[in-house]
Design a protein around this ligand. Structure first.
Ligand code: SF4
Length: 641
């Protein structure tokens, strides 16, 4: 190992293949105040490769490194890496980790509030002087005790959950409750070396300024590291999506009636449901469930119900006034939610947002909703990523890497694509080209054919744990009807809609801890867009075969068409950026569950002839060598033999 790595206190014996270039390029990008996107397959050691140079230069240049992760397991991985670096350098590294505020709250009642209402609960509890955990953090007498708690947590490098428990239970004196973990973490975050947190802290609507205030930094004093950056565009899109439904307008009308009945405020709520319904009826002949709607159309329809001429902003002000009165007795106000929506309806532009009118039918109940939806995440990402000293975005699936640079509007960006550190003999990648999930070809016969192929392939490696991914739950159900599950002689696990975190973890444990003395293996049926397709680490015999059925292409609805149109206008790559590549990112993520370490060996079967079309085939990682076969089951048998 040369002196450069020793200077960075690189903590491991060997620098893996590709890691040398990764670390040097990140170092150079930070030195030159540039940004860098890195596509680095599993096994490249991404966390240490970004953190070692970022931390070294961060200390030298007096910057804070902000590590953004989308999952708690990744946050814990960063803590572990900091531990390794600190051990090697024998230097103290100050760090703190945040997860969502709701998950850090010490109150058991937190679970009663959905994420959207939790902040109101917290604000009201704090401001009403009812949060003793919060008060304790502000009690000067507990200063030394708090320092002790924080030091205990960071010196033992406990994980995020551990910190939340420790802070909540650390009583400063007998009979006194502990501290608010979020507030305690915020104290430690001031000008610290590394802050680990969720994407939301920088990319959530209106959150960045408060967060930077807490950590005592301007954005240009931060080096931003985005882990699993392929998730960032979608995360930003969904953070900037707002809905007004007939359900909400009815709840708001009832709330108004129950609290400040028969007042001047009624007028601003009472007509909303019928306006939404009328707008939909006017389009009924188009026979579609969703329609793009111009901003002005709804605004005019809403305004014309008032006798005197007013502006949408005046209506919002009136509803805010009502909200204040309602909140004298209630924690959360439905009227306030309507006001927030109308405010956004007015403010959000028509270039980066679309407005959708939608009808949904569930159990004989019809709901009409208006949605404001972000279609261009770059409009929000650009200020953050280009405003930081340097931004480092990394993932195993930034493919094609130029798309992520364009879609996130990153300037001064270096691009680095690393080869897989694993040998090509470790993964057999087959294309089963006799089936498809193409919409026009779907039929009971096609479902039967897919089922038959799955069955044959599972038989050919009956002792191997396998994962079978489908593009949707409904298609999974259709195909599974034709698979005689009992004849597979495997434990069957099936992903369900709305599964809890605990249920999912139990499934993963079942795969991970298969009985070494039993020949009976497991098969998990799941969806490509679900949580089993991301971040699932099943090395060795925990997973040796992944079958990917079809392409998870977006439904060509109003949103998809608007995104395609937007990117066509902006980059002349509408279909690729708005339709093809997002589906391929999901496929590569799902198939990537198979090979996790240098010792792994496994088979990936892509089941759809469209995978051979150039626009899809060219998106696969270069180290995948696609092979078509008439008899994939024989290839699988030979591979494992
Ligand atoms: S201040 Fe902390 S402990 Fe109190 S309600 Fe808010 S998040 Fe929960």
């Amino acid at each position: 190992m040369d002196d450069f790595f020793k200077t960075l206190h690189f903590p491991y014996e060997q620098v893996r293949s590709g890691q040398d270039e990764f670390i040097r390029r990140v170092y150079k990008a930070i030195e030159e105040k540039r940004n860098i996107l890195i596509s680095a397959p599993t096994g490249s050691g991404k966390t240490i490769s970004a953190l070692a140079p970022a931390l070294h230069l961060g200390k030298k240049l007096n910057k804070t490194v902000i590590c953004l992760t989308s999952r708690q397991t990744q946050a814990n991985q960063v803590i572990k890496t900091i531990h390794d670096l600190a051990k090697k350098s024998q230097e103290k590294i100050n760090y703190i980790a945040f997860i969502g505020k709701r998950n850090m709250c010490s109150h058991e009642e937190r679970d009663l509030y959905p994420a959207t209402d939790f902040l109101e609960f917290c604000r009201k509890t704090r401001e009403g002087g009812k949060c003793s955990y919060y008060k304790n953090v502000r009690n000067g007498d507990y200063e030394e005790h708090m320092k002790g708690v924080i030091n205990k947590a960071t010196e033992s490098f406990i994980d995020v959950e551990g910190f939340v428990k420790l802070a909540s239970r650390a009583t400063p004196e007998e009979g006194v409750r502990g501290y608010c973990p979020y507030e305690l973490a915020a104290r430690k975050a001031y000008k610290t070396d590394v802050v680990i947190c969720d994407y939301n802290y920088l990319f959530g609507p209106g959150m960045m300024e408060t967060f930077l205030g807490k950590i005592g930094r301007e954005l240009h004093e931060c080096i931003v590291v985005v882990d699993e950056a392929h998730n960032l565009p979608d995360r930003i899109r969904s953070s900037f999506t707002y809905t007004l439904s007939t359900d909400l307008t009815k709840l708001a009308a009832r709330e108004l009636h129950d609290t400040i009945k028969g007042t001047k405020y009624d007028l601003y709520i009472s007509n909303l449901s019928s306006i939404l319904e009328d707008l939909f009826i006017q389009r009924i002949e188009e026979k579609k469930e969703e329609h793009l709607i111009p901003k002005e159309e709804f605004t005019e329809n809403y305004m014309k119900r008032f006798v005197s001429e007013i502006k949408l902003k005046d209506a919002v002000d009136m509803l805010r006034e009502a909200e204040v009165l309602i909140k004298e007795d209630k924690l959360v106000s439905q009227v306030g939610k309507v006001a927030s929506f109308l405010e956004r309806w007015n403010e959000m532009d028509e270039e980066n947002f679309i407005r959708i009118l939608r009808k949904e039918q569930k159990n004989d109940k019809t709901t009409i909703s208006l949605e404001i939806k972000c279609i261009d995440p770059g409009a929000f990402a650009t200020d953050v990523l280009n405003g930081a000293h340097s931004s480092i975005l990394m993932s195993g699936t930034l493919s094609p890497i130029e798309m992520f640079r364009d879609v996130l509007a990153i300037k001064n960006a270096d691009l680095l694509e690393l080869e897989s550190p694993f040998s090509k003999e470790q993964q057999l990648t087959l294309v089963q080209n006799e089936v498809t999930t193409q919409y026009s070809k779907r039929s009971p016969q096609m479902y039967k054919d897919i089922a038959e192929q799955i069955k044959k392939m599972l038989f050919s490696a009956s002792e191997k744990n396998a994962l079978v991914f489908f593009p949707s739950y409904s298609l999974m159900d259709e195909v599974m009807k034709y698979i005689p599950l009992s004849s597979l002689h495997r434990k069957i696990i099936k992903e369900l809609r709305n599964m809890t975190k605990e249920q999912k973890e139990a499934f993963v444990e079942q795969l991970r801890n298969r009985d070494p003395f039993s020949a009976e293996s497991n098969v998990l049926f799941a969806v490509t867009s679900g949580s089993f397709a991301e971040g699932l680490d099943l090395p060795g015999d925990a997973l040796e075969m992944v079958l990917v059925v079809g392409l998870p292409l977006a439904v060509p609805d109003a949103t998809t068409n608007a995104v395609i149109k937007h990117y066509e206008k902006k980059f002349r790559k509408g279909e690729l950026y708005g339709y093809v590549y997002p589906a391929m990112t999901k496929i590569i993520q799902a198939a990537g569950r198979c090979i996790r370490t240098e010792e792994d060996k496994g088979v990936v079967v892509l089941m759809d002839y469209r995978f051979l079309f150039p626009k899809y085939a060219l998106s696969f990682p270069k180290h995948w060598h696609l092979k078509t076969s008439e008899f994939p089951e024989r290839e699988i048998e030979n591979f494992f033999d």
